[in-house]
Write a new protein. Sequence first.
Length: 154
Amino acid sequence: MSIAIVPAGIEHAEGCAEAVLDSDIEKYYQSKHSALRFMEDAVACGQLFVGLNQSRQMVGFVKYSRYGGFHRYPYIQLFGIMAGCRGRGLGTELLLEFERTILAGQARVFLLVSDFNAVAQRFYRKNGYEEVGRIPDFLLAGVAEVIMMKRLPL
């Protein structure tokens, strides 16, 4: 399958919010409204990209900041795959295509993963990310955020 990465439009915000709420990180959002508002703001700022399959259906999304990693490197703030698309390799395809196109020419990319989210940690490790540190109690009390980094080909 071939995935195209495109800037998200407001029509994608609700699907992205639903994907987040149907995942292990839903606890970071107080309501569907707060998740939707987050996605709408990301669309307005040009920080949300979606992956579309050949039928132009959304399979997932990436919310990132161009210089959010220490004001120098790209930072993936949120990565999600639609519930019906999980477990089929589309996450890897979306992530690699995002790195190849949107992050072209960048030396590194950073992201955070909650310490309880072992599935996501395995996914990122499988795709070349390595743990470079931890931030205890960063977003939730008792939860550490694992700092992960990937060196990108120039």
